[in-house]
Ligand binder design. Structure first.
Ligand SMILES: *Cc1c(COP(=O)(O)O)cnc(C)c1O
Length: 401
């Protein structure tokens, strides 16, 4: 959308700031700006921006909306899911002791301060999840092995110092051999330990509480298409203790009135969203890309369901040498093109990437198809077409240069 800037020039904000006009077929990635915020949230944020409000009252109103949508007893909005994890864990440690809240991450020895988590759940979502635990002053107690957790691994990891069990629902975790949420809850609850669930990216707003979780945390800026934020919901005493961390470690994770209002609006928009219509548009994009790639040498494209059963599919694109590209080479050719197209490349070392249809503006699916066709049917290949995937942090280390 073209808008007219204050200076009157007919440019978009990306052009004014010198930012590349990327097309995101990667997913709701923090590094790409998280999501396209729904109009309802944008107007709520704009409307709230110039108003004074009593923040505890605003969060009380948020609690009502969160509770209605999630089935939790209470809830609140925070800066992001990672901060919600830290706050929920800190709350499980301190309860409502305001002095203990101010002392964190130090603990004078009287707090429960261990958090049990299956080893296969210690993921990285841009930062390692164990750090979200440690920031609260808690100690991470991994249970089981990377590929298998048995019931006794978790049971024996729990002791009188255990503050909480943390369970992660995500495509990032090991997808087999782990305890289910029900098994994890049963073991923790038998020892009086609350279960906190990281469900950042999960569309299911009610299921994890219904299946036994005590606190569940979502991102506001992923599937919900809200502003950058997190949503904490669940048992009222635990939600309250988590909320009180705003007077402690969560001060450094402050969420503003505009994001609280925006997230509430995004939650309410989610209730009314035309989920079937959106799914249909996503399927049309996937079919267009699949048809475009059909029959191209060395390329195989398959529509696959989301690994954690969210109601969404992606296109998995297998790239073999016959295409004269490696998966990494094709991904970086797309990213270097005009317009730059960013694919979902976290498994690129396995010879494939994904195209995610969830974050498209009108017309972008067609541009992606056209770029794919042009690149793969060209006579020549770029110099690094067959490049091997490499982990390379040198770019970020040069920031801001
Ligand atoms: C994205 C993600 C997070 C982090 O969420 P933020 O809201 O960006 O902090 C945490 N856990 C999982 C499983 C995620 O996918």
């Amino acid at each position: 959308m073209k808008t007219t800037s204050a200076a009157g020039s007919n440019t978009t904000i990306r052009e004014r700031l010198g930012l590349r006009p990327i097309i995101n077929v990667s997913g709701t990635m923090t590094a790409l700006g998280a999501s396209i915020i729904v109009p309802e949230a944008i107007s709520a944020m704009a409307e709230m921006a110039s108003q004074w409000v009593e923040m505890d009252d605003l969060q009380r109103a948020a609690s009502t909306v969160v509770a209605r949508l999630t089935g939790g007893e209470a809830g609140f909005i925070t800066a992001c899911c990672a901060s919600g994890i830290t706050m929920a864990i800190a709350g499980a440690m301190t309860g409502t002791s305001l002095l203990a809240i101010e002392r964190l991450p130090d603990d004078t020895g009287d707090l429960k301060s261990e958090v049990v988590i299956q080893l296969g759940h210690i993921v990285n979502y841009g930062a390692p999840i164990d750090q979200s635990i440690r920031v609260a002053g808690a100690k991470v107690v991994p249970a089981g092995t990377v590929s298998v957790t048995q019931d006794y691994h978790v049971r024996e990891a729990i002791n009188e110092r255990t503050a909480a069990g943390l369970f992660v629902v995500a495509h990032h975790t090991v997808q087999y051999g782990m305890l289910s949420l029900e098994e994890f809850c049963e073991i923790c609850h038998a020892k009086g330990v609350p279960v906190i669930v990281d469900a950042a990216s999960e569309y299911d707003l009610r299921g994890f509480l219904a299946r036994g979780a005590d606190v569940v945390i979502y991102s506001g800026h992923k599937f919900l298409s809200g502003p950058t934020s997190g949503i904490v919901t669940g048992r009222k005493d635990l939600v309250r203790s988590a909320y009180l961390q705003n007077r402690g470690v969560a001060r450094a994770m402050k969420v503003g009135k505009e994001s609280i209002a925006g997230t509430m609006a995004a939650l309410e928009a989610w209730e009314k969203r035309d989920h079937a219509g959106i799914r249909q548009r996503e399927e049309a994009a996937l079919n267009l890309w699949k048809d475009t790639l059909q029959g191209l040498p060395g390329i195989l494209a398959k529509i696959i369901p989301d690994p954690t059963a969210n109601p969404l599919d992606r296109l998995q694109v297998f790239v073999s040498p016959e295409s004269r590209f490696s998966a990494a080479g094709l991904a970086s050719t797309l990213a270097a093109g005009s317009p730059p197209i960013i694919v979902r490349n976290h498994e690129v070392e396995r010879g494939h990437f994904f195209l995610d249809p969830c974050n498209l503006h009108p017309g972008e699916a067609e541009i992606v198809a056209e770029r794919l066709r042009a690149i793969l049917t060209a006579k020549d290949r770029p110099a690094d077409a067959m490049k091997a995937p490499r982990k390379d942090s040198s770019g970020v280390l040069r920031w801001p240069d």
